[in-house]
Design a protein around this ligand. Structure first.
Ligand code: GYE
Length: 313
């Protein structure tokens, strides 16, 4: 029974839960806030955290997870940099009977059911975030017939947030055929790449005689990098080019207050407390829901000054 399981799985009072966490990297403000949240929550919960930074490389994450298995940690958690390629290592964790928690990003298995290889997946609904960005945009632009040229800065190729945000955004724009994504490329979720790719967009648009009306960036950091490129090209970000991005980091609120960013769609990185609770629940034999969804909102520039003091990341 459940009760018996709880009894036999419960750690002795003096034994700390050991949690191995493999982080994607430190590519964005979102990510550093996520790391801080996890480290602080582990401390607070009295959980021993083995933290590993993969520098956006899947091979590093796989190595870290293997080393957690070897060290026989109680729980493994990771935020998968890309969706696919986890089959082998997740099978190894399962064989070692170490429960795996997915945080932030989802996975796809090449064979079998992904849900059989993790106990819970906590994080945001990225398709919904993409939809929210597009809905805000259509509302804001108030253009039903004139063509609207959109450029898109995508997140890391093959990552759940890049795939899903694009999907959600396009789904809403399908009903607004005057909106056209004229250029779309990855900026790998970083400021530097966001700037670089935006420079290329501006140059090629100019060469082709196209006007860029809107930038949709899959995260705030790429938008902030792009804002620099737009300014350097002698244009006004937020006015000449309307910009909507995702995350809701402080840097985005500051850019909105400065009039350079028009809207950010919230995606909370503060998953630490939930993760520690889930690890504890697992150790006491509690059943976890397969999906723990983050609640979040949309913040247009008009509310930025009022909201900034309330922002926690
Ligand atoms: O939006 C981006 C980060 O996976 C939700 O990763 C996360 C994304 C976030 O680098 O800023």
């Amino acid at each position: 029974t459940k009760k018996e399981a709880a009894k036999s799985d419960a750690p002795k009072a003096d034994k700390k839960i050991v949690l191995g966490f493999s982080q994607v990297g430190a590519e964005s403000e979102w990510r550093t806030a996520n790391t801080e949240s996890i480290k602080a929550a582990a401390k607070e919960a009295g959980i021993e955290l083995k933290f590993s930074d993969a520098q956006q490389k899947q091979e590093n994450q796989i190595k870290a997870i293997r080393s957690f298995i070897q060290q026989k940690v109680d729980v493994i958690a990771f935020s998968p940099v890309v969706e696919t390629g986890w089959d082998d290592v997740l099978k190894e964790a399962k064989a070692a009977k170490i429960p795996v928690i997915l945080t932030d990003r989802a996975i796809k298995m090449s064979s079998g059911n992904a849900e059989d290889y993790y106990v819970t997946f906590m994080g945001s609904d990225f398709v919904e975030e993409g939809k929210r960005a597009a809905k805000w945009l259509v509302d804001y632009m108030k253009k039903d017939n004139e063509p609207v040229n959109v450029v898109e800065l995508q997140g890391t190729v093959g990552s759940a947030p890049a795939i899903d945000r694009k999907k959600g955004f396009e789904e809403v724009l399908k009903d607004h055929p005057n909106y056209k994504i004229i250029k779309s490329q990855t900026g790998d979720f970083t400021r530097a790449k966001g700037k670089e790719v935006m420079e290329a967009f501006l140059k090629s648009a100019q060469a082709e005689g196209q006007k860029i009306d809107v930038l949709f960036a899959h995260n705030d950091d790429m938008a902030i990098g792009a804002i620099q490129a737009i300014e350097e090209a002698g244009l006004k970000p937020g006015k000449d080019i309307v910009i909507v991005s995702i995350d809701g980091v402080k840097g985005a609120f500051e850019a909105m207050i400065a009039g350079k960013l028009n809207c950010t769609v919230e995606c909370s990185p503060l998953l630490g407390p939930q993760l520690m609770e889930a690890a504890k629940d697992l150790m006491t034999g509690k059943q976890l829901p397969k999906r723990i969804l983050t609640k979040e909102g949309v913040f247009p520039a008009e509310v930025a000054a009022k909201e900034l003091p309330n922002r926690k990341y």
